[in-house]
Write a protein of this length. Structure first.
Length: 302
């Protein structure tokens, strides 16, 4: 064992006049520990509620950001579509003007120039129409996506609102439970000596489990065998001790058993020991065995 194993006893931080007083203090410390464990469990559950809600809210923010992006893309596509429509009108006017110039051409040079302008205008109009057709498809697809995305956001927002209501209800209920348990805990704490209560609180802050039993010479908190001298002190039932290894409050577990239970266990152990020590009855010989063993052989023909 390590250096701590050389210690022969833990520090007694308060003596008691009777075993009954010690039993009372330990019982109340155990009750306090039970209440504190419940409170801790509820506080963990209370802390987990906003964490789960934050994850759902993060999903909502992400989907809303996608929705905003889709709307911006749709607005840009619609702006570009309107721009192309205006340019198409300009191209069509240029084509119309080129036709007028062609009709009014006075020589071959003007005719050729007008003819070239008509061809360029027609090509520009065709290209513009193809671009506009693509834009119409893109805008329609974007509007469909936006409609779906809007529905998703609405559904998710409703879910988040519902979860928020449920979370608030759960939080309120858990806080109510914690307050109720604290009231019961405070009632018990009033009957614990202040120095013991202070020591208990300090140990619980460091170790979580503050008070444990010792059975068969072993601390139930760290599973280490405590020094024999300390074990003898615990069995006297007059002091509260500290485990020299895990530094938790310790007590002899047999001391906290109900007297009737102790008596019943002792009686059962005595009965088992008596039954084990009692001599076993000898087996009776089978009938006729002795006669056969001592009988003389019969004469032939008898």
């Amino acid at each position: 064992m390590g250096p701590q194993a050389k210690r022969q006893s833990g520090p007694c931080f308060f003596p008691t006049k009777t075993e009954a007083e010690l039993r009372d203090q330990i019982k109340r410390l155990e009750e306090l520990q039970g209440f504190d464990a419940q409170i801790q469990e509820l506080q963990i559950a209370l802390t987990a509620i906003p964490t789960k809600l934050e994850a759902t809210q993060a999903d909502l923010v992400r989907v809303e950001a996608l929705l905003t992006s889709e709307r911006a893309q749709l607005t840009e596509a619609q702006r570009y579509y309107n721009e192309q429509q205006s340019l198409l009108e300009i191209d069509e006017n240029q084509a119309s003007n080129a036709k007028t110039k062609l009709s009014a051409a006075k020589n071959s040079k003007e005719f050729v120039a007008a003819q070239r302008e008509i061809e360029q205008s027609k090509e520009s109009v065709t290209n513009r129409q193809v671009e506009i057709a693509k834009l119409i498809e893109a805008v329609a697809a974007k509007e469909k996506v936006l409609e779906e995305r809007t529905g998703d956001v609405k559904t998710l927002r409703e879910s988040v609102d519902k979860d928020s209501d449920v979370a608030r209800g759960k939080s309120t209920e858990i806080e109510r439970q914690i307050a109720t348990i604290k009231l019961e805990r405070d009632k018990i704490a009033k009957h614990v000596r202040p120095d013991v209560l202070k020591k208990y609180g300090a140990i619980r802050m460091r170790r979580g489990l503050a008070i444990v039993a010792v059975g068969n010479g072993s601390c139930r908190g760290c599973n280490m065998n405590i020094p024999p001298q300390l074990y003898n002190i615990l069995q006297r039932g007059t002091t509260v001790e500290i485990c020299p290894y895990c530094h938790r409050i310790i007590y002899w577990e047999e001391m906290m058993k109900d007297p009737a239970t102790i008596a019943a266990e002792a009686a059962a152990a005595l009965l088992a020991a008596t039954a084990k020590a009692a001599p076993k009855p000898r087996a009776k010989p089978k009938a006729g065995v002795k006669a056969k063993a001592g009988a003389k052989p019969s004469a032939p023909g008898a």
